[in-house]
Write a protein that binds this ligand. Structure first.
Ligand code: C5P
Length: 241
């Protein structure tokens, strides 16, 4: 079975990342590296973590002209990462070139890294969508439509809220992957996340992978918190929010 729990390595340096990784009993973890860490430490860190056996979701949210995205994805595939992403707002040609680049950078016979689309950032609300981006549709329609476009372009899935997972699967197809941040234990503070769910609830709602940041990294005992996420995911429907 795939490892469904992705730990967000939301730190500013390799040293901080290593400190967090040392706290885990598990030798290998599925890690998410975002812009903050990647722009500081670069591809060298990704290679090191891959050599240590970790799986990597490189969360760089590419959004540029198709040729640039093609060439960038070719390079990212060569790093051996497992998951990457693009903004669906870049359009069908851009997403298709992202997939083409990933295939070009992957050794023959191997599966290219999974490519996810970001439909709308969770920080964008409907007022921003309509008044600033001039997209005159409901958030729900935009998310479903962008999800369908991502699937037509060859993307494997989307990053979305656990509460949107089933809606996206039913309007695209059930095998369309949903990777969902916004995960909290039942007693945790939501912080800046608006639509949160516990690990078990997220699974029940149709998430294929969950991304967990602060509930693990900021816990008094990150290892215990990580083990608890795994246990709650396996148990399914224990607590919900
Ligand atoms: O600390 P927390 O569990 O909220 O962290 C969630 C992680 O998922 C962060 O790295 C955040 O940037 C990322 N993320 C998100 N919402 C999205 C896409 C990514 O929270 N739509």
């Amino acid at each position: 079975m795939h490892n469904p729990v992705i730990v967000a390595l939301d730190v500013a340096s390799q040293a901080e990342g290593e400190e967090l990784l040392r706290s885990f009993d598990d030798r290998t973890i599925f890690l998410k590296i975002g812009m903050e860490l990647f722009y500081q430490e670069g591809p060298g860190l990704v290679k090191t973590l891959k050599q240590q056996g970790h799986q990597i979701f490189l969360d760089l949210k590419l959004h540029d002209i198709p040729t640039t995205v093609y060439k960038t994805m070719k390079g990212l595939a060569r790093l051996g990462v497992d998951m990457v992403n693009v903004h669906a707002a870049g359009g069908k040609a851009m997403m298709a070139q992202a997939i083409a680049g990933l295939k070009a950078g992957t050794p023959t016979g191997k599966r290219h890294p999974m490519c996810l689309a970001v439909t709308q950032l969770t920080s964008t609300d409907e007022a921003t969508l309509q008044q600033e981006l001039l997209i005159n549709h409901s958030m729900d329609d935009v998310i479903v439509s962008y999800g369908q476009l991502a699937a037509k372009s060859g993307c494997d899935g989307v990053v979305c809220s656990p509460w949107e997972a089933e809606r996206i699967k039913s309007s695209v197809h059930q095998d369309f992957i949903t990777v969902t941040p916004g995960i909290r234990f039942s007693e945790d503070a939501a912080n800046d996340q608006k639509r949160i769910a516990t690990p078990s609830r997220a699974k029940e709602l149709g998430s294929d992978y969950i991304v967990v940041g602060r509930s693990i990294a900021k816990a008094q005992n990150p290892n215990q918190a990580y083990q608890r996420v795994l246990t709650e995911w396996r148990q399914e429907h224990e607590t919900s929010s």
